[in-house]
Design a protein around this ligand. Sequence first.
Ligand SMILES: C[S@@+](CC[C@H](N)C(=O)[O-])C[C@H]1O[C@@H](n2cnc3c(N)ncnc32)[C@H](O)[C@@H]1O
Ligand SMILES: O=c1cc(-c2ccc(O)cc2)oc2c(O)c(O)ccc12
Length: 229
Amino acid sequence: MTSKGLLQSDELYKYILESSVYPREPEPLKELRDATANHPRKFMATAPDAGQIIIMLLQLVNAKKTIEIGVFTGYSLLLTALSIPEDGKITAIDMDRDAYEIGLPIIKKAGVEHKINFVESEALPVLDQLLTDQENEGSFDYAFVDADKVNYWNYHERLMKLLKIGGIVVYDNTLWGGSVGTNEDETPEFFRPGRHLTIEFNKRIAADSRVQISLAPFGDGITICKRII
Ligand SMILES: C[S@@+](CC[C@H](N)C(=O)[O-])C[C@H]1O[C@@H](n2cnc3c(N)ncnc32)[C@H](O)[C@@H]1O
Ligand SMILES: O=c1cc(-c2ccc(O)cc2)oc2c(O)c(O)ccc12
């Protein structure tokens, strides 16, 4: 398995990281990346170049009320917590509290734990629960989706109700190791199930008139969607 970048060479991806991403990466994020470096599933963490553009998006939309689906050790969670205001809130959902607890001391040290409501659960029922309170409808500024690919469309349908018009949702892994652009027989076995799901998701979102989209080749591919109606 290659590294996460999808550019023409690993050297070019390394150049981008070393010239422009790592020098501007906030210290707590660096620490969290180091704390994840020996985890057997470290490849799941959001790529730092994707993180960098997400920080910019959070600032551009003045995100305050946010949702995170798929926390793992907390790289994308921490960058969100660092980017939203003191009274900002993140509903952060993951079934795996153990992984979250790896990053938690760093989140605490960064002084942003008070912005986070970690919910140890499958994500879909939590989104459905949020939707039972009318106050939540059209109230979120930002969401990040980085969990089970099989539910991406289910998350999208709920997020279209939870996000305000003008709000942003970012979907991670929408290029799935580059496999979406290759034939199935040329795709390594590991990527095949995710490849099919990602191609279907990308097709559906491209046809969804409720959103403006950009599938951008940061990290493993991120689709940035703005709710427009
Ligand atoms: C790719 S990792 C998230 C990486 C994280 N965004 C980061 O920056 O490190 C995916 C996470 O989604 C969680 N997950 C998978 N299926 C889920 C589900 N149905 N509901 C909630 N969390 C789920 C896994 O436990 C895992 O921690
Ligand atoms: O299971 C994975 C695998 C990857 C991955 C590994 C190597 C690449 O060149 C691209 C992608 O990334 C994942 C990921 O980011 C995620 O959110 C869940 C699972 C996986």
